[in-house]
Write a protein that binds this ligand. Structure first.
Ligand code: NAD
Length: 359
């Protein structure tokens, strides 16, 4: 029996508990099939934590996360808490947990499943074979730089500063090279080095780090060009690494290649193998409690956890293969059913996927 891995499960609000339950079922199946062992501990987070504990991120939830090897998160938020003051908003808990756990990168894979090519707004032949990962720096850059306003002769002026130090760039570059090593060994580093000093430091640092990864083919792409190439030749990208704001924009653009928000997984990583894994979508209050949510984004997030935190490549592959097989067989939840009458419930989709898992 393999060493028991501890997973903190924070399901959150809306469809969060529904989709997380399916990912947990899949993890139990992975234990049976592969002999791995997971211990899950549940904790309150988001709106439900505000209601029960008076704060979106209770200390005991943070303790549960810190005791664990990885965190599986559903989604937080909903109309009930939308008008709360900032410190009592579920989203404040999201920023707080990333900071408290030292998560400095966000990974978003964008995989186009052949059978869902028609769900995208791009032509199927452009999307063919698209399987990329955006690695975004999460704790530096213009979002966190000094911000202020001042009076000038032309009226009020607002200033946002963008700063990066070598350590911040180096750690995300290393992470991206490591990820590329486990994939198709291609890395595109995206910057604006023709204009920005932070980008010039970024590029110099990435080049220096690349000496330790001679197997990885490195290209530098200016951010405006990358935005175009993502639409023109998405399948030519493997791993894209970039700073915070560029990554924010490019990861949303890349997400749209796949057609459905219910399919998109993500990971946030810190030093070492620790990570927080969650679907890209929110709590979808419009469909919560009806068994309509697509659990695939969360199930694929758990596959990312197995691969990136635990190194269980075989089990991660098995989950991804099972998802592809179920979709290829024509099974759909309503968000990807394109009006077909026989859309599956959240639980039915989860069951089909876990039954398709094999070595
Ligand atoms: P959303 O992602 O929750 O929903 C957008 C649309 O996509 C809705 O029509 C929803 O029904 C649909 N959808 C989302 N996930 C789906 C799934 N798995 N299966 C089928 N359909 C799905 O975004 P929103 O409506 O803008 O936000 C709702 C709440 O979620 C807000 O309170 C927002 O702040 C919060 N939110 C949380 C996170 C997070 O927890 N990380 C992220 C985004 C939004």
């Amino acid at each position: 029996m393999a060493e028991t891995k501890k997973i903190a499960v924070i399901a959150g609000d809306g469809i969060g508990p529904e989709v997380v339950a399916e990912a947990e079922k899949v993890l139990r199946k992975i234990e049976d099939v592969f002999g791995y062992s997971f211990e899950t501990e549940h904790a309150l987070f988001g709106g439900i934590a505000i209601d029960e504990k008076g704060t979106p991120l209770p200390d005991e939830t943070l303790d549960v996360c810190k005791r664990a090897d990885a965190v599986l998160l559903g989604a937080v938020g909903g109309p009930k808490w939308d008008n709360n003051p900032k410190e009592l908003r579920p989203e404040t808990g999201l920023l707080g947990i990333r900071k408290a756990l030292g998560l400095f990168s966000n990974l978003r894979p964008a995989v186009v499943f052949d059978c869902l090519k028609d769900a995208s707004t791009l032509k199927p032949e452009v999307l063919e074979g698209t399987d990329l990962m955006v690695v975004r720096e999460l704790t530096g850059g213009i979002y966190f730089g000094e911000k202020f306003r001042r009076e000038t002769e032309q009226g009020q002026e607002a200033v946002d500063t963008c700063a990066y130090n070598v350590t911040e760039v180096e750690r995300i570059a290393r992470q991206a090279f490591e990820i590329a090593l486990k994939r198709r060994k291609k890395l595109a580093s995206v910057d604006k080095a023709n204009v920005l000093e932070t980008s010039r430091l970024w590029r110099e640092t990435v080049i220096r780090v690349s000496a330790d990864y001679p197997e990885v083919e490195l290209e530098h792409v200016l951010v405006d060009n990358c935005a175009m190439q993502l639409l023109r030749r998405p399948s030519s990208f493997d791993v894209i690494v970039t700073e915070n704001m560029f990554g924010d924009i490019l990861s949303d653009e890349a997400a749209m290649l796949t057609g459905s928000i219910g399919m998109l997984a993500s990971a946030s990583l810190g030093e070492g193998s620790y990570g927080l894994y969650e679907p890209v979508h929110g709590s979808a209050p419009d469909i919560a409690g009806q068994g309509l949510a697509n659990p695939i984004a969360t199930i694929l997030s758990s596959a990312l956890m197995l691969r990136l935190t635990f190194g269980y490549e075989d089990a991660a592959d098995a989950i991804e293969r099972a998802v592809a097989e179920v979709l290829d067989a024509g099974h759909r939840t309503s968000d990807i059913a394109a009006g077909r009458a026989e859309a599956l419930s959240t639980g039915q989709m989860g069951d089909l996927i876990l039954n398709a898992i094999r070595k």
